[in-house]
Design a protein around this ligand. Structure first.
Ligand code: CMC
Length: 424
C-alpha cells in the first residue's frame, strides 16, 4: 500500500493511500487530527470522500455514469425503472421470476393507508408538492413504525417505492379538486403514475406509449448519482440510525433547492422569463457571466461533470423525439437550444467547463406531457428514490459506519463577558 506524506509545522506524517476499483485515489486522513491536531478544510466537500460505495460510478472528466457497473446509456435504452431500482438496491439484475415478484410487491404496496388520506385535505391548494411529499414520507413512519429488523426494512423499501408515486399523484389531484385514482396492477410503474396524474374515474385513461417510454427513461436517468447533496443528506441523517422514512424525507428536502433537483423547475421559469422579456437570450447569457448580477444559467454546470453530463445527452435526444411524436412545438425548446449553442461557444462557459446538465431539457419533456412546473422536482424525487434507498442500506450494512459529524474552524468572537441589558 502506498502512502502520502504531509509536512506540518516541521514534522512529517504518513497517511495510507487506497484506490477504488476504477482507479480513483484517496488519501485516508482519518487519523489526521489525532496525529497533528489539525483538521482539513474543504468548503462544499469538493475533495472529500465521505464513504466507500459500490453503487454508482461517475467519471466527470469523461462523462461516464454507471449503476452497479452498467452504463447509463444501456440501462436508459433497454431497461424499466423497477428493474433499475432492483439493480441499485440488490446489486444484481433480477431474473425474470425475481422481477415479476418485485413488480407485484411494488404494486401491492402502492396503496396509501386510508388514515393518511385525511392529511391531503388540509394542505392549502397552493402547497408546493415537494413540501407535501417530504411531509408525507416522514409521516409514513407514524403508520409503519416497525423499522428495526431486516424484514421490516425490506417491507418499508417496498412501501416507499410503491407509495411515493401515489402520494405525488394524489397531492396533484387534490390540489386541483379532482377525484383521485388508485393504481392498477396491470400497468407499468410509469404508466400507473401517468394514469393517476392525468386520468379520471369518468372514462378509461389510455396511457400514451411515447409518454410512458419517456417517463420510464427519465426516472432511470435520475435513479442514482452517488454522493450528491440529497444523497449525502440521506446518509447524514441515516448515520444517526434514523429510520428509512425520516432519512428519505430529509433527502427530498435536500433535493428541492434550485441548485440541485429544483433546477428543473428553475430552468422552465428562467426560459419563460426570457421569452416574456422578448426572447433576447444572448442578453441573459451575458448576464449569467456577471457574478454581481445574481443570475445564473439554470440547468448549466455541475460539480462533477466537466466535459458533458451523459444524462443531458440522452435527455436532449429524447426531448426532440417526444415533442415530435406528440406533435408539439414548444418555443421554450428552441430557446433552450439557442442558449446552449451560444453558451457552448462562449469563453466563460468553456473555461469554467459549464455544460447543460440533466435538468436543462427534462422540464421541457415534463411540460409537453402536461406536468405543472412545480411537479418537476417531485418527478426527480420519485426517480432518485431507489438510489437514496440503496445508499441508506449500504451505509446501514457497513460495519465501519460512524455517525456523520464534520468539524469546523470557528471564526467568531473570543471569550467575552456578558453585560446585563440595562447596562448595554
Ligand atoms: N451560470 C453561470 N455561471 C456558473 C454557473 C451557471 N449555471 N454554474 C457555475 N458557474 C460559475 C460560478 O460562478 C463559478 O465561477 P467562479 O469560478 O468565477 O467563482 C464557477 O462557475 C464554478 O461554480 P461553482 O458554483 O463554484 O460550482 P459548484 O460545483 O459549487 O456548483 C452547480 C455546481 C451545479 C450548483 C452550479 O453549476 C449551478 O449553480 N448551476 C445552476 C443550477 C443547476 O443547474 N443545478 C442542477 C445541477 S444537476 C442536477 C443535480 O444533480 O443536482
Amino acid at each position: 500500500m502506498s502512502t502520502a506524506k504531509l509536512i506540518f509545522e516541521g514534522k512529517e506524517y504518513e497517511f495510507p493511500v487506497f484506490e477504488g476499483t476504477e482507479g480513483e485515489t484517496a488519501i485516508d486522513i482519518s487519523t489526521l487530527r489525532a496525529k497533528t491536531g489539525a483538521i482539513t478544510y474543504d468548503h462544499g466537500y469538493g475533495n472529500t470522500g465521505s464513504c466507500k460505495s459500490s453503487i454508482t460510478f461517475i467519471d466527470g472528466e469523461k462523462g461516464i455514469l454507471r449503476y452497479r457497473g452498467y452504463p447509463i446509456e444501456e440501462l436508459a435504452t433497454n431497461s424499466k425503472f423497477p428493474e433499475v431500482a432492483y439493480l441499485l438496491i440488490y446489486d444484481h439484475l433480477p431474473t425474470k421470476p425475481e422481477l415479476l415478484e418485485w413488480r407485484r410487491q411494488l404494486t401491492n404496496h402502492s396503496f396509501i393507508h386510508e388514515g393518511m388520506m385525511n392529511f391531503f385535505d388540509h394542505y392549502p391548494p397552493t402547497a408546493h408538492p415537494m413540501a407535501i411529499l417530504s411531509a408525507m414520507v416522514a409521516s409514513l413512519y407514524t403508520f409503519y413504525p416497525d423499522s428495526e429488523t431486516n424484514e421490516q426494512v425490506e417491507l418499508n423499501i417496498r412501501r416507499l417505492l410503491g407509495q411515493a408515486k401515489t402520494i405525488a399523484a394524489f397531492s396533484y389531484k387534490i390540489s386541483r379538486g379532482e377525484p383521485i385514482l388508485y393504481p392498477k396492477a396491470e400497468l407499468s410503474y410509469a404508466a400507473n403514475f401517468l394514469r393517476m396524474m392525468f386520468g379520471s374515474p369518468a372514462e378509461e385513461y389510455v396511457v400514451s406509449d411515447v409518454q410512458e417510454r419517456a417517463l420510464n427513461q427519465l426516472l432511470i436517468l435520475h435513479a442514482d448519482h452517488e454522493q450528491n447533496c440529497s444523497t449525502s443528506t440521506v446518509r447524514m441523517v441515516g448515520s444517526s440510525q434514523a429510520n428509512l422514512y425520516a432519512s428519505i424525507s430529509a433527502g427530498i428536502s435536500g433535493l428541492w433547492g434550485p441548485l440541485h433537483g429544483g433546477a428543473n423547475q428553475a430552468v422552465i421559469e428562467m426560459l419563460e422569463k426570457i421569452l416574456a422579456d422578448g426572447g433576447d437570450y444572448k442578453k441573459y447569457v451575458e448576464l449569467a457571466k456577471k457574478k454581481d448580477s445574481g443570475f445564473r444559467l439554470m440547468g448549466f454546470g455541475h460539480r462533477v461533470y466537466k466535459n458533458f453530463d451523459p444524462r443531458a445527452k440522452i435527455i436532449k435526444k429524447a426531448c426532440d423525439e417526444v415533442l415530435n411524436e406528440m406533435g408539439i412545438s414548444d418555443p421554450l425548446l428552441d430557446l433552450a437550444k439557442n442558449i446552449e449553442d451560444v453558451a457552448l461557444n462562449d469563453d466563460y462557459f468553456i473555461e469554467k467547463k459549464l455544460y447543460p446538465n440533466v435538468d436543462f431539457y427534462s422540464g421541457i419533456i415534463y411540460r409537453a406531457m402536461g406536468f405543472p412546473t412545480n411537479m418537476f422536482t417531485v418527478l426527480f424525487s420519485i426517480g432518485r428514490l431507489p438510489g437514496w434507498i440503496a445508499q441508506w442500506l449500504e451505509m446501514r450494512k457497513d460495519p465501519d459506519n460512524r455517525i456523520h459529524r464534520p468539524r469546523q474552524i470557528y471564526t467568531g468572537e473570543n471569550k467575552r463577558t456578558f453585560i446585563p441589558v440595562d447596562k448595554r
